[in-house]
Design a protein around this ligand. Sequence first.
Ligand code: ATP
Length: 284
Amino acid sequence: MNESATKPVATSDTHFAAVAASSCRIDPRRVHSLLGTLSSRFTLVALAECVSTNSVLLERAGQGAASGSVLVADRQTAGRGRRGRSWLSTPEASLTFSLLWRFEGSVARLAGLSLAVGLAVARGLANSGVGGVGLKWPNDILLAGGKVGGILVDLEAAADHSLAVIGIGLNLQLPPDGDEEFLHRPAALAQVMARLPDRQQLLAQLLTDLAEIMDRFADGGFAALRRDWQAYHVWQGRPVRLLDGVLVDRQGLCMGADSDGALLLQTDAGLERCLSGDVSLRAV
Ligand code: ATP
């Protein structure tokens, strides 16, 4: 078992204690009590607003914040997606948080981590009573034919280990119609649930599943999780094209993920792999 990856380490960051921001919808003390025996592995901060939970947590990671630090915010003024894209959330409609996790070894050992996070979120949602959750490579969370959640994983090398800041945004309600053009149709938990889960319970459940999956990832990498990920993969055997920016890079049948998280694409030339996180998958 990789101890440094699974237990919070001491930190000198006294600001990063379990504090409640009175105006935030999440009360960290409530989430801690819901976490039960896992509570000691997490340290929660709740903010009414910040620029981006990933950006703030990355900064705090550099100042020594412990593995298991969680930053949840009602509102992000510049929520980030992959490749400079934005993630939109509103206090009423969303749950948005980031989790810091430290791993033994180099960043190279973290191949497939964002898929592992997708698996943890899918499980957390299923364990919260959300039926029909699916995953799309590399890390989109799908529901009712649309995108219900986004994941952004920032990786950094530290002196003697590596760290990941894992950002997760979920739609409880559909985002309001605006001038934003969504790449994929958005989806929301409210579309499939008569009664939405309490967001503090939902956060505690997601952290519970993240802890279990991060432990398994630290021990065995994505290879140890591949079969479970594949069970949620909704584009298995589907004709797809890979977009490199706006250009079509390759086309074929989507065969899921390899043991290092690479996309497997069955093309006329045979079974091809794509490990780059800079491409997007689209249905043909
Ligand atoms: P893909 O892999 O399909 O190209 P992506 O992984 O690059 O997508 P993300 O970084 O996960 O995309 O998310 C950013 C995109 O998600 C934005 O460009 C926007 O279209 C869409 N988006 C932003 N906010 C929301 C939201 N609340 N619900 C659903 N989709 C959203």
